[in-house]
Design a binder for this molecule. Sequence first.
Ligand SMILES: Nc1ncnc2c1ncn2[C@@H]1O[C@H](COP(=O)(O)OP(=O)(O)OP(=O)(O)O)[C@@H](O)[C@H]1O
Ligand SMILES: [Mg+2]
Length: 577
Amino acid sequence: MKDKPNPTNLGVVVSVRGSVVDIRFDDHLPPIYSVLRAGGKGRIVIEVQAQRDEHHVRGIALTPTQGLARGMAVEDTGGPLEAPVGKGVLSRMFDVFGNAIDRGAALSEVQWRSVHRAPPPLARRSTKSEIFETGIKVIDVLVPLERGGKAGLFGGAGVGKTVLLTEMIHNMIGHHQGVSIFCGIGERCREGEELYRDMKEAGVLPNMVMVFGQMNEPPGSRFRVGHAALTMAEYFRDDEHRDVLLLIDNIFRFIQAGMEVSGLMGQMPSRLGYQPTMGTELSGLEERIANTDTGAITSIQAVYVPADDFTDPAAVHTFSHLSASIVLSRKRASEGLFPAIDPLQSSSKMATPGIVGERHYFLAQEIRRTLAQYAELKDIIAMLGLEQLSPEDRNVVVRARRLERFLTQPFFTTEQFTGLKVKLVSLKDALDGCERILRDEYKDYPESALYMIGTIGEAKGRTKSVPPAAPAKPEAKPAAQADPKHADEAKPAANREVQTDTQAEQKPESGSEAKPKAKPKTPAAPPAKATSEPHAEPAAKQRVPLSRIILPTSEQQPKPEPKPQPKVEHAAGPHAS
Ligand SMILES: Nc1ncnc2c1ncn2[C@@H]1O[C@H](COP(=O)(O)OP(=O)(O)OP(=O)(O)O)[C@@H](O)[C@H]1O
Ligand SMILES: [Mg+2]
């Protein structure tokens, strides 16, 4: 960070306990949030948290405190923590102090601003509600994001928060002339480095800034890194009038860092060990993310949910700040339905007829209703089998399963390991696709034809690759060249899949060795019922834990939905009706 020595004010370390440092100042006591420096070249940075008496302050070190000893001199920099802002920060990577950590050239064209700033006053806030299209079907259709709003990606460990977040950076930069700021709080350094490299390769770095306070850093630094990133975002919004996409991975780590700081400062813990000031700390950060008349900060935040418990105070507090909550479900991830968004738990305040329009609204309602009915039917299917359902219910199942698959989508981020080319879908195409599925136009298509596609039109090419399963489409034939359009899109991996696909079909009903556990149920379902779920078997396309996806009767998993909803009132709303 910028050096602004104030040699007139020197203090002396009186005690060091881990990150907590007490310092004595004889003349002038530095105010709260002042930054103090100690050690060689001011390498140890301390932020004042409390004034203990007329001569002593207590601070938290933002750097490791190795080498700090009683009696050492401490220099008051005379100001709070500052972050660099300006054109010069674009395409750079910083730590919490504003030091460039990308081994690039020295910073130029930057000013320094305090990271402690007030949120914009009510009068300056924009009252427009605009939709922010992401190109990701399930989000645009069911959980539309707000321009200038805050969206949270909730999920336990490893359900795809980081992947989804990274994908959104790609999509936003593709469409908009905005600036993206990525703020890594308390996550893996590896991910930061990978992101930097990916962005560089994708050529989007010129419109991007990255700020990291990863998990190896002391709590003080993780606690402040979010403020530093926001200060940069505010600069682009207020001074350059540009739209900003602020991505935070992971806001839970901010809360966690606050908890550590609070503990170090000796405050009494509150519920579940969280700090008593969690609410204010979080809103101090979240309220600064706002859209004003000059520009918008749209924020997408990953929220780690400890132990998948959505009633955890950290998750509950974060929910209340967001205009859209995207809940990632472990079950869907395990079925390979990526992005693993649970449409029934997720919600957006933009999903009202006045904002998205009647057609979109009613379609979204219908989709939710279908999926909710299917979720209810799962228990019956698990116990009695699909054939016991009434024809209407069976139709619901057919529709819901096709919708679920249509709402999956290959990502740019996962291209390397899925081998599927990224698909961006406009809202219109996504709505059309859902509408046509709801109208049963795709009833006779194999479910797999809808899996990991972009627009619904792509399903057409795919039926050809599953001949026996598609009586309605007899023109089917050799998979590989049948869909030339796909061959060039989804290249080698896709072809390979198509082959496995056909192999799988060679042993149609009896191909049980492939999915032994899935079977016990299927024999019960006679081939006759194949009319209702005709194409269920061709495992197609997926390389994921497919055995479950493909089989119509796959709802054998006894208790399907873990339903973590307690707090999620928004989830209950739409489909309850
Ligand atoms: N859209 C997707 N397509 C295919 N695979 C995915 C997708 N999203 C996530 N995955 C798989 O899930 C794994 C974990 O994803 P990710 O790292 O995003 O999880 P996370 O929620 O950020 O986890 P953590 O809480 O540990 O940070 C990925 O490495 C990838 O294998
Ligand atoms: Mg992650």
